[in-house]
Design a protein around this ligand. Structure first.
Ligand SMILES: NC(=O)c1ccc[n+]([C@@H]2O[C@H](COP(=O)([O-])OP(=O)(O)OC[C@H]3O[C@@H](n4cnc5c(N)ncnc54)[C@H](OP(=O)(O)O)[C@@H]3O)[C@@H](O)[C@H]2O)c1
Length: 329
């Protein structure tokens, strides 16, 4: 691998592939108490396992999940798929959301250190491992004062050897700063894709020496060519919550304005033999040397296409400038 296909998680010395795999979709269906879908529709667990194996074979060494994805199912499937190769990879999971595994329903939030301890024990069991490489606080808008307590709880987990490093999943630089003050904080997980830039947070990641882990790198599939037509019932995109931009609230599919912006940059993203999804990932690597996109996946074909982006590397500086010009930024 060239240097461009590797990243280090902050100041920890933990090396990962420059591409991680996001394991939300492979959790399968679950919902909010009011029936709002929180998964990406039905999944085939055997295909999910094959997709993880394909990712491993193609050099992916970083996997991002959360305890709540599929109310525990994503962690179980990832643990099963990794099996004896678990120590060959870096596993990130998250805590903060409550859920009922029996009814596959979200059940509120808990930002107490006592819950972090309980959630960690449960994640270790579901993943079938004795440590979490990167433990992430999932409540994007969490209380900063409470977060300072959680940061200290994470430092304690590191001392005990059950966690190697930690991060906050938040789009707010001021919240991220609370965790960044901790010795073993390694990253910020935040939204970043061609259509949703985050210059302030990227600048802070540079300043703090932290990795920028990019969720929704394909804009929930739009930057992989999805979004024409009505999403299936049971898919979060069929009834998008307020925090999910890019899809119309009436469930009719993608926002036309988002699709128009993708059309504007399609040619440049798909130059040099890249598919649209590969071009979207290449934009992220060109945007900053700290970025680690974690595209979601549900099939072997998606795993191959997304992992295949690594061999093609980042966009050139000239292509990056051209994308910014085309988007009027
Ligand atoms: N911390 C948080 O609060 C948070 C929030 C969001 C996401 N995340 C993390 O970030 C990861 C990725 O973000 P995301 O799931 O929001 O969206 P994304 O990566 O922008 O889009 C992923 C979806 O795009 C489609 N896709 C992926 N590769 C494709 C390909 N090569 N060709 C065609 N379609 C493709 C798949 O859906 P279909 O096949 O169903 O179209 C896939 O589930 C998640 O899995 C999760 O780990 C974290």
């Amino acid at each position: 691998m060239t240097h461009e296909t590797q990243r280090t998680l902050g100041r920890t010395g933990i090396d990962v592939s420059a591409l991680g795999f996001g394991c939300w979709a492979i959790g399968g269906e679950w919902q909010a108490a009011d029936g709002q879908p929180l998964g990406w529709g039905a999944v085939d667990d055997e295909e999910s396992v094959r997709a993880v194996h394909r990712a491993l074979d193609l050099g992916v060494t970083f996997f991002d999940t959360a305890d709540c994805y599929g109310t525990g199912h994503s962690e179980r499937i990832l643990g099963r798929a990794l099996g004896r190769r678990r120590d060959d990879v870096v596993v990130a999971t998250k805590w903060g959301n409550l859920f009922d595994e029996r009814t596959r329903t979200a059940d509120g939030q808990d930002d107490t250190p006592a819950h972090a301890r309980r959630a960690l024990t449960d994640s270790l069991r579901r993943l079938g491992t004795d440590h979490i490489d990167l433990y992430q606080f999932h409540l994007s808008d969490g209380d900063p004062e409470r977060a300072a307590e959680l940061r200290e709880a994470c430092e304690e987990f590191v001392r005990e050897g059950v966690v190697r490093a930690y991060a906050w999943s938040t789009d707010d630089p001021d919240r991220a700063a609370v965790f960044a003050a901790g010795e073993h904080c390694a990253a910020v997980q935040h939204t970043l894709n061609v259509l949703q830039d985050a210059p302030d947070l990227l600048a802070r990641c540079e300043e703090w020496g932290l990795a920028s882990i990019n969720r929704s790198p394909l804009a929930m599939g739009l930057l992989a060519g999805k979004g024409r037509g009505r999403p299936a019932a049971g898919d979060i995109r069929s009834r998008p919550p307020a925090w999910l931009p890019g899809y119309d609230a009436d469930g009719s599919g993608a926002d036309e304005e988002w699709l128009a912006r993708i059309d504007a940059v399609r040619d440049i993203l798909t130059s040099d033999g890249r598919t649209l999804a590969q071009g979207a990932l290449a934009w992220l690597w060109a945007r900053s040397p700290r970025t680690i996109p974690i595209p979601g996946f549900r099939t072997v074909a998606q795993a191959e296409e997304n992992a295949g982006a690594m061999a093609k590397g980042p966009l050139t500086a000239g292509q990056l400038t051209e994308v910014e010009r085309l988007l009027g930024r």
